[in-house]
Design a binder for this molecule. Structure first.
Ligand code: ACO
Length: 334
């Protein structure tokens, strides 16, 4: 089963149908369409029905990715998420079972908004190790389940969604072959993006005792500068690994955190802003689902075509970041 590269061969996405506009939020919170659009570029986000969990979204996206790849089976499932169905066990085995994939290897990856890049690297690693010939890599999050209903700064930004790709063993010179990814972390910034309660530091029972904070918190301003520098620098390194200069990058598909961040990353890299597909206006920041959702949207709107020298990049809690170069293959997203 050994191969010299993991090759992208399928792409599928799913969004919960319920869309929440800025005007909807402004009816509930002290905010406005003007503030949210001018500070973030976001117009709408999708929110899952409270009866839905991350696995439900992941299964929908996973089915579509398998269909896009023309496959009914894979050897492993890697799921990136910050909002697993339960703290224990991991959600990926449940997703694999519900997809009818049998007893394949299945595990979760926790790297917050960089999760999809880390999961992609893990999937490529399974292929490089000869442990799998094909891998379903999913990014899925239901951030609405961890946001403080009263926090206008996070409610305005985050949306729910799922995206997935299929990787197969192949050759490094094929379209779709992942160039070895660039990954990094800086745990000194771990408190900047955090859900304090529910782990071993502040166990769930502290909440039952009336202590602790169960909600997602983000120090937006401090994270902003880090996000720009890390995504830009990782993307340039990823491009160099592919033998590309910044000007050779046809598309920079970045984690859809904030339009100002996307522009600042492009400017720092000296890549024209028009080469960065934008999807956050319609879906907000969908965390681990952000990059595959942006890819599918870019393909659907003709912004990403086969042959494009493409760099994927993301940044998130941890702090974590990553980037990966790929010459975009002929794929029909489902
Ligand atoms: N409506 C109106 N006012 C708001 C809103 C809102 N929705 N949200 C915040 N404000 C207010 C704040 O309360 C603050 O008011 P104050 O000055 O009276 O205290 C003011 O606006 C400025 O707040 P800042 O947080 O400084 O606003 P900023 O311009 O930095 O924008 C934002 C906030 C959008 C969060 C921005 O900082 C950002 O995008 N940061 C990076 C996010 C990111 O990249 N995260 C990493 C990936 S996500 C992950 O890993 C999960």
């Amino acid at each position: 089963m050994s191969a010299d590269a993991a090759v992208l061969c399928g792409l599928g996405t799913w969004l919960p149908p319920h869309a929440v506009t800025n005007a909807d939020l402004a009816r509930e919170l002290d905010t406005s369409d003007d503030w949210i659009r001018s500070r973030t570029g976001i117009g709408t986000r999708h929110v899952a029905d409270p009866s839905m969990a991350t696995s439900d979204l992941a299964v929908e996206a996973g089915q579509r990715a398998l269909k896009s790849a023309g496959r009914e089976a894979v050897d492993a499932v890697v799921l990136a998420t910050t909002t697993p169905d339960h703290p224990c066990p991991a959600t990926a085995p449940l997703v694999a079972d519900r997809l009818g994939l049998g007893t394949v290897a299945a595990f979760d990856v926790g790297a917050v908004c960089t999760g999809f890049l880390y999961a992609l690297a893990a999937g490529a690693g399974l292929i490089a190790a000869g442990a799998a010939g094909s891998v379903l890599v999913i990014g899925a999050d239901v951030y609405s389940s961890i946001l403080d209903p009263a926090d206008r700064s996070t409610r305005a930004i985050f949306g729910d969604g799922a995206g997935a790709v299929v990787l197969r063993a192949g050759r490094a010179d094929e379209p779709g072959a992942l160039v070895p990814p660039v990954l990094g972390s800086d745990g000194s910034g771990s408190a900047l993006i955090i859900v304090r309660a529910g782990g071993s530091r502040e166990p769930l029972h502290t909440l039952a005792a009336g202590r602790g904070d169960p909600y997602f918190r983000m120090a937006g301003k401090a994270v902003f500068r880090n996000a720009v520098e890390r995504m830009a620098d990782a993307s340039l390194t990823a491009a160099r690994r592919a033998g590309w200069a910044a000007d050779d990058i046809d598309r920079l598909v970045a984690h859809q955190a904030n339009l100002r961040i996307l522009h600042a990353v492009a400017d720092r890299m000296r890549v024209p802003r028009e080469r960065c597909p934008v999807h956050l206006d319609q879906v907000g920041n969908t965390a681990a689902a952000s990059v595959p959702l942006a890819l599918a949207h870019a393909v659907a709107t003709g912004r990403l075509e086969s042959g494009h020298r493409t760099v994927l990049t993301a940044f998130g809690g941890g702090l974590t970041w990553g980037a990966c170069a790929v010459r975009w293959p002929e794929i029909t997203p489902a």
